[in-house]
Every structure is written in structure tokens, then in C-alpha cells.
Write a protein that binds this ligand. Structure first.
Ligand SMILES: N[C@@H](CCC(=O)N[C@@H](CS)C(=O)NCC(=O)O)C(=O)O
Length: 210
């Protein structure tokens, strides 16, 4: 049994989708750095950053980093088609999102981690500059990876799942709809996948692109 530490409105949605695609038994432990409780205490013991998603495999290995978890599952369960398509570009894209988009969201959410107790104006400046960079990074992603989101057979691969999930935050979808509309349509196609749609609906019940 796989144990996934996570909560709604978080990146654990990507791994919930991937585990379903792998058709393996799993359960979710409610945990996040912004919630108190037994699950979060257990998460802190295995991942000192207390970040989610964190996955524990049936043989007890602790896996963190969404991209690494998706790659591991795709390699362990080839029939999941998580790494199906142009594998080199899928791996490149997963790392692109990790390095340029997900990390930027961490700065936007927690500027004080980088600035210490700097004044509020400086924190606000860091947040707005990082959000601007994040939006540029998504538009550049759209230019370079539009063809890489689906496995043959039109099922979203790991890159499609990660791009659709991480672009839910910080108005990325609105920016992409305006500046890269056909890519935004591809993301909407990922959203509509029969495994993806119910997971996203649970994580973001009120979400719609404005
Ligand atoms: N590098 C990690 C980042 C994961 C991450 O930032 N997760 C968020 C939730 S979506 C989190 O746990 N943030 C809480 C925190 O950093 O304290 C990954 O790629 O999975």
C-alpha cells in the first residue's frame, strides 16, 4: 500500500492522479505545513521540509519532489503511460516546471523564507516580481512543450498532469488563455480527462478560469 501525504488544494493532486493511473492500492494521510494534526506530525518526521506531496512506497521508501515521484511511478508502472510520448522532453518539462514554476510559487507563498523579517514593502516587491517571472516562465513553457502533454492515445502523461495542476495557481491559466490560447485549450483537455477531472474538482471545487 502506498501512503500519500497531502491535502486538497495542493500538489498532492498530481500524485493522486498518477497512483490511479498505476492502478495500485494507496491511501492519503491528511497533512500539510499549514495544518496541525497527527498527519502533519507524521509528515514532519519523514520530510523535514513538511512539503507535500510526499509518498511512502510499500517497501518504506520516502519519496519527495513531485517530478521525481511522477518519474518513479512512470518507470515502475510502464502501463500507466505516465512517461509515454517523447520521454526526453517529458523529463525536461517536468524539471522545467519544478525549477521555474513550482519554486516561484514557493517564493510567492512564503517571501519571508528568503527575506527574513524584511519590511512588508520589500516582501510585496519580491512577490510581484516573482509572479511576473512565473507568468513569463509559463508562456515560454507553452512555446516549447505544447506538443508534449499527451501520451499516444490522447491520455495526459506526467507532463500534462503536472502542467495542468501547477498552472492552477497565481493566475497562470488566465495569462495562458490570453497569451497562449491553444496551449490553454490543451490544458483544458487535460482537466477534462476522466481520471483528472474528479481529482481536480475535489482539490479546487470553486475553480474556473476567469
Ligand atoms: N519541490 C516540491 C515543492 C512542493 C511544494 O511546494 N508543495 C507545497 C504544497 S502545493 C507545500 O507543501 N508547501 C508548504 C511549505 O513549503 O511549507 C515539489 O516539486 O514537489
Amino acid at each position: 500500500m502506498y501512503t500519500l501525504y497531502g491535502t486538497d488544494d495542493s500538489g498532492s493532486c498530481m500524485i493522486e492522479i498518477a497512483l490511479q493511473r498505476c492502478a495500485v492500492p494507496w491511501h492519503r494521510v491528511e497533512a500539510s505545513s499549514w495544518q496541525e494534526g497527527e498527519g502533519t506530525e507524521a509528515l514532519a518526521r519523514i520530510n523535514p521540509l513538511k512539503q507535500i506531496p510526499t509518498l511512502v512506497t510499500p517497501d518504506g521508501q520516502v519519496l519527495t519532489e513531485s517530478a521525481a515521484i511522477l518519474i518513479y511511478l512512470g518507470m515502475a508502472f510502464p502501463a500507466s503511460d505516465l512517461l509515454a510520448g517523447n520521454r526526453a522532453q517529458i523529463l525536461r518539462g517536468l524539471l522545467y516546471i519544478t525549477a521555474n514554476c513550482y519554486s516561484a510559487i514557493g517564493i510567492i507563498d512564503y517571501p519571508q523564507r528568503w527575506l527574513g523579517n524584511a519590511d512588508e514593502a520589500l516582501q510585496a516587491q519580491l512577490v510581484s516580481g516573482t509572479r511576473r517571472y512565473l507568468h513569463q516562465a509559463w508562456v515560454m513553457f507553452a512555446d516549447q512543450f505544447a506538443e508534449q502533454l499527451f501520451a499516444p492515445g490522447n491520455v495526459p502523461n506526467a507532463l500534462g498532469i503536472m502542467a495542468a495542476a501547477v498552472s492552477h495557481w497565481d493566475e497562470a491559466r488566465e495569462v495562458l488563455t490570453a497569451l497562449a490560447p491553444s496551449f490553454a485549450q490543451s490544458l483544458a483537455h487535460v482537466d477534462a480527462d476522466p481520471i483528472v477531472a474528479p481529482v481536480f474538482a475535489r482539490h479546487w471545487p470553486l475553480w474556473e478560469v476567469s
